[in-house]
Design a protein around this ligand. Structure first.
Ligand SMILES: Cc1cc2nc3c(=O)[nH]c(=O)nc-3n(C[C@H](O)[C@H](O)[C@H](O)COP(=O)(O)OP(=O)(O)OC[C@H]3O[C@@H](n4cnc5c(N)ncnc54)[C@H](O)[C@@H]3O)c2cc1C
Length: 435
C-alpha cells in the first residue's frame, strides 16, 4: 500500500513522505534499499516532524504482534500478522517486534505472570517509537521506557541487520535514537514479575500547597501525577498509584489539603472518565493502572497538540513557579497540564540522561497557529532551568541550546554516521536539532 499525506494520530500534522507498508521483513529491507531517505513510523502519536521523511515512510503495522484480546485495531492501521514475542523464562527478557504496541505486549506478558516496570500515560503507542523519543511514565524511582531495553535489532541502509545488546557500549546510544540509526525491527526488554497497582485520585488542591509539599506529594506512591488546567490556582487532580508494600498502607486522608475523589475522574476535567483506568483504590494489574488511559478506549482528548519539557529535579521549585506563570501566555489553549517525576537513565539522547527530572506536560487545543505562537513562552519558562523539550512533542527553541543539553550528542552523531554513512535515516528534524 502506498499513500501520501498520512497524518499523525491527533490529526494535527500531515506527514510529507510516501507511505510504504511492507508485510515481511524482506519487503521492509527492499523498501529501504530502494529509497535514499526513509523513516520508520510507529503508531504516529508524535506531534512534531520527527517521524517525517522527504521520501519514504515505512509503516510497520503488519509486523506488529496483536494480542487476541485486543484484536480490533484502535488506530485504523492495517491488521498485523501475529508475530509472537519471545519470552526467555529464565532471564525475564522478552523480544518483541518494534511496531508492537505496549498494550499488546503487556497482555502477552500478563498471560505469563510478567510485566514491565512502568508505562506511559497510554499503552496504545509502539515500543520502538516510544523508546526512540524517550517516552516515560511517572515515579521518582521509575526511569524512561527506554531504560528497560536490553537489546535492539536494526535494519540498516545496506539491508543488513545489526544487533546491539547490553554487552555493547553503543546500546546507550541506540536506546533513544530518534529513528536516526535504522529501522528497529525488534526490541528486547527486561520484564519483571507481574505486580498489582491501586490508584486513588485526590483534588482539587491549592497550587501553593502542592508546591510547598512537592517532594512529599510526589513520593506518595510508586507513580504520582499532578494535573492542572492553569486556569485556577489549583491542581484539579493528583493521581497516586501505589504498588507492592504500599498497598498495605492506609491511603492518606488528605493530599496537599485535598481529599480523595468519590467518583472516577478523567485527567481533563469535564471529560467522561470511561476512558480512564480504574480508580477509587481498587487494585489491579499494573498495566491497567499505571497508564491513565485504558487500552481499549481512545486516550486523552484526541483533538489536541502536546508539548513537554523535562527539567532536572534540582530546579523543581523554580520550574514549578515558571510553570504557574505560563497561565497567562497559554490562556485559552490548555486542556490540561501534568507534572510527573522521572528517574535518571543512561541513554545518551534521553532528556533524563544521568539526571532525575520533573516533566511539565501540556495537552493544548488543536490549533497549530495559536500553539506555535505560544511555544517561545514555554522555552523562555523552562530554558533557564535547563529544560529539555520532549523529542516527540512540539517545541520552539534555539537549536544550539538544545544540542548543548546533551553531553553525549557528538558520540551519538558518530554512531549514526557509522551505522548510516549516507544519512538515509536522517530528516529535517534531525538536521535541525541533532546533527
Ligand atoms: C495521547 C498521548 C499521550 C502521550 N503520553 C505520553 C506519556 O505519558 N509520556 C511520554 O513521554 N510521551 C507521551 N506521549 C508521546 C508519545 O509517547 C511519543 O510521541 C512516542 O514517540 C509515540 O510513539 P509512536 O509509536 O507513536 O512513535 P511515532 O510518533 O510513530 O514515531 C516517533 C519516532 O520514532 C521513530 N520510530 C518509530 N518506529 C520506529 C522503528 N521501528 N524504527 C526506528 N524508528 C522508529 C519515528 O521515525 C519517529 O522518529 C503521548 C502522546 C499522545 C498522543
Amino acid at each position: 500500500m502506498n499513500n501520501v499525506g498520512i497524518s499523525n494520530w491527533s490529526g494535527s500534522r500531515t506527514l510529507a513522505g510516501t507511505v510504504v507498508t511492507p508485510t515481511t521483513l524482506d519487503e521492509a529491507a527492499d523498501a529501504v534499499a530502494r529509497s535514499s531517505h526513509v523513516r520508520a513510523l510507529g503508531s504516529r502519536h508524535s506531534f512534531n516532524d520527527i517521524a517525517d521523511s522527504e521520501e519514504t515512510l515505512l509503516n510497520l503495522a503488519h509486523l506488529a504482534y496483536r494480542h487476541p484480546r485486543l484484536s480490533t485495531p484502535t488506530d485504523g492501521d492495517a491488521p498485523p500478522s501475529s508475530v509472537e514475542p519471545e519470552l526467555d523464562e529464565s532471564t525475564g527478557r522478552v523480544r518483541v517486534t518494534g511496531s508492537t504496541r505496549y498494550a499488546d505486549l503487556a497482555l502477552f506478558l500478563h498471560d505469563r505472570g510478567r510485566t514491565l516496570p512502568n508505562f506511559a500515560s497510554l499503552p496504545h503507542i509502539s515500543v520502538a517509537g516510544s523508546v526512540a523519543t524517550g517516552t516515560h511514565g511517572s515515579g521518582i524511582g521509575n526511569a524512561s521506557l527506554a531504560s528497560s531495553v536490553v537489546g535492539i535489532e536494526l535494519l540498516t541502509a545496506d539491508g543488513s541487520v545489526r544487533t546491539l545488546t547490553d554487552a555493547d557500549a553503543e546500546l546507550d546510544g541506540a536506546r533513544v535514537a530518534l529513528g536516526a540509526l535504522g529501522v528497529v525491527t525488534a526490541v528486547t526488554l527486561q520484564s519483571v514479575p507481574a505486580f498489582d497497582v491501586a490508584q486513588t485520585v485526590y483534588g482539587p488542591a491549592g497550587f501553593d500547597d502542592v508546591v510547598a509539599a512537592f517532594e512529599e506529594v510526589s513520593g506518595l506512591g510508586y507513580s504520582v501525577s499532578c494535573f492542572t488546567t492553569l486556569r485556577e490556582n489549583t491542581f484539579a487532580s493528583i493521581w497516586v498509584k501505589r504498588a507492592g508494600g504500599e498497598l498495605e498502607d492506609a491511603w492518606p486522608a488528605q493530599v496537599a489539603g485535598s481529599r480523595a475523589m468519590s467518583e472516577p475522574f478523567h485527567p481533563i476535567p469535564g471529560v467522561d472518565p470511561a476512558n480512564a483506568t480504574q480508580q477509587l483504590g481498587a487494585a489491579g494489574p499494573s498495566w491497567d493502572r499505571l497508564p491513565h488511559f485504558r487500552a481499549d478506549h481512545m486516550p486523552s482528548a484526541g483533538e489536541e497538540i502536546q508539548c513537554e519539557y523535562l527539567v532536572p529535579r534540582q530546579h523543581a521549585v523554580r520550574a514549578l513557579e515558571a510553570f504557574r506563570e505560563l497561565s497567562g501566555p497559554l490562556a485559552g489553549l490548555v486542556q490540561v497540564a501534568e507534572v510527573r517525576s522521572i528517574a535518571a537513565d543512561t541513554a545518551w539522547m534521553s532528556p533524563m540522561y544521568q539526571q532525575d527530572c520533573l516533566a511539565f506536560h501540556f495537552t493544548l487545543v488543536r490549533d497549530n497557529e495559536r500553539v506555535a505562537a505560544a511555544l517561545p513562552h514555554l522555552d523562555a519558562a523552562f530554558g533557564p532551568v535547563e529544560g529539555r523539550p520532549h523529542w516527540g512533542k512540539v517545541f520552539d527553541a534555539d537549536p544550539q541550546r538544545v544540542r548543548g543539553l546533551y553531553p553525549r550528542r557528538s558520540d551519538f552523531v558518530d554512531l549514526a554516521r557509522d551505522l548510516d554513512p549516507q544519512g538515509t535515516f536522517t530528516n529535517a528534524f534531525l538536521r535541525r536539532w541533532v546533527f
